[in-house]
Write a protein that binds this ligand. Structure first.
Ligand SMILES: Cc1cc2nc3c(=O)[nH]c(=O)nc-3n(C[C@H](O)[C@H](O)[C@H](O)COP(=O)(O)O)c2cc1C
Length: 160
């Protein structure tokens, strides 16, 4: 199975998670700044990751390159999402970027997999939460970094 991870990252946290994920599934990890149409389309499982910035926005490189995603043919393709955030400092917009990417890929007709349980997090609101679940893997390297490895491993074992 060919896995491609496309990420954006300001401070390096999301980049680190992207390379961890791609290593675990013998895939590639590609920065959204340099990602091509083929990177979006030529995999069996496409994984997209973004930190949340502002008050619940996508990371800047994702915002600046969102047309690359919108131009990709993802109809019927399997897509999984992950996001990094900080539930203590931003409790009302925790990992909102996952929710934004979810709406984008749903519009493209992708099949989104890898929803996760919201138990174990302490936040007030998140657009990544739909019908009581996160629509991807929520990671908090600021306040729950010790849980990252466990969460990534459990998520991938369900996905692969
Ligand atoms: C200015 C600023 C705004 C942020 N806004 C949010 C937010 O709205 N929601 C959230 O969950 N995390 C927020 N965060 C936390 C980051 O998403 C988190 O630190 C993430 O791990 C950064 O990833 P990166 O190192 O890949 O850029 C914010 C961080 C900063 C510095």
């Amino acid at each position: 199975m060919i896995v491609t991870v496309i990420f954006g990252s300001d401070g390096g946290a999301t980049k680190g998670v992207a390379s961890k994920i791609s290593k675990k599934c013998q895939g590639r990890s590609v920065d959204i700044k340099t990602a091509t149409k083929a990177d979006f389309e030529n995999s069996d499982l496409l994984i997209l990751g973004s930190p949340t910035y502002g008050d619940g926005t996508l990371q800047t490189d994702w915002e600046e390159n969102i047309d690359k995603l919108r131009a990709a043919n993802l109809k019927g393709r399997k897509v999984a999402l992950f996001g990094t955030g900080d539930q203590e400092s931003y409790p009302t917009s925790f990992v909102d970027a996952i929710g934004i990417l979810y709406d984008e890929v749903k519009d493209l007709g992708a099949v989104v997999v890898g929803f996760t349980d919201t138990a174990g997090y302490d936040y007030v609101g998140s657009t990544a939460e739909r019908d009581g679940q996160f629509v991807g893997l929520a990671l908090d390297l600021d306040t729950q970094s010790g849980l990252t490895d466990k969460r990534v491993t459990a998520w991938l074992s369900k996905l692969l």
